[in-house]
Design a protein around this ligand. Structure first.
Ligand code: ZN
Length: 224
């Protein structure tokens, strides 16, 4: 009887592990390292044209009516070519997403990140910029902007990481994109005491990511 119980228990544990591996169930709070791995594994599936489109089932929808437990915040551009659920092959309830043109952040975006970190205990924030970003391009090319679009360009122009770059031109365009990502990482940590405290005690990682448009690959950049 005891042996049967142990066999059943072992089977159940294997089942739970398989569920976790498939990205269907994560019941315990993930670490930042596990969250990075999960994002990059999904990105690998996406780049290899082998997405599994996890967590879109009827069961998943029902489960999520009880609450959300996303394992990462992704801050990225509004650009229609970089949808994070597709790029990281994630589903419903998996990632908490903030999107603006040029992944620029103001108080509302920072507040959204704070909500995910403070109330949903998300262990990872990744700021993902991308190749050929139109917002950064508009700044680099010195294009005229008016209205609220000017607010975005002015915000990019004011970043110290951007101002530190003297050379302009298409050949160094990516340098500006990456400088903007670096700024985003620093801004999140510096602007928010809640986030800064979590980073300091090791409960949160804030890092960058750079996405190539040609193959969709996300290259991890520096973290806190
Ligand atoms: Zn963009």
């Amino acid at each position: 009887m005891k042996k049967m119980f142990l066999l059943a228990l072992t089977g159940w544990l294997i089942f739970c592990t398989l569920q976790t591996d498939a990205g269907k169930e994560i019941t315990s709070a993930p670490t930042a390292a596990a969250a990075v791995d999960r994002l990059l594994e999904g990105n690998k599936r996406y780049t290899q044209y082998e997405p599994i489109h996890p967590d879109e089932s009827r069961l998943r929808r029902k489960e999520l009516t009880k609450g959300q437990h996303p394992y990462a915040v992704v801050v990225t551009c509004s650009d229609s070519r970089v949808s994070p659920e597709l790029v990281f092959d994630q589903g419903l309830g998996d990632i908490f997403v903030i999107r603006t043109a040029g992944n620029i952040m103001g108080e509302i975006e920072l507040g959204s990140i704070e909500y995910a970190v403070e109330h949903l205990n998300v262990p990872l924030v990744m700021v993902v910029g991308h190749e050929g970003c139109g917002a950064i391009g508009a700044y680099v090319k010195g294009e005229h902007a008016s209205g609220y679009l000017k607010t975005i360009i002015d915000s990019i122009a004011a970043e110290s990481e951007i101002k530190a770059l003297k050379i302009k031109g298409d050949q160094v365009f990516d340098h500006f994109v990456k400088a903007n990502i670096q700024h985003g990482v620093r801004e999140i940590i510096q602007s928010s005491p809640v986030i800064r405290e979590r980073v300091a005690n090791g409960a949160l990682t804030v890092m960058g990511g750079y996405e190539r448009l040609v193959d969709g690959k996300v290259e991890p950049l520096q973290s806190n």
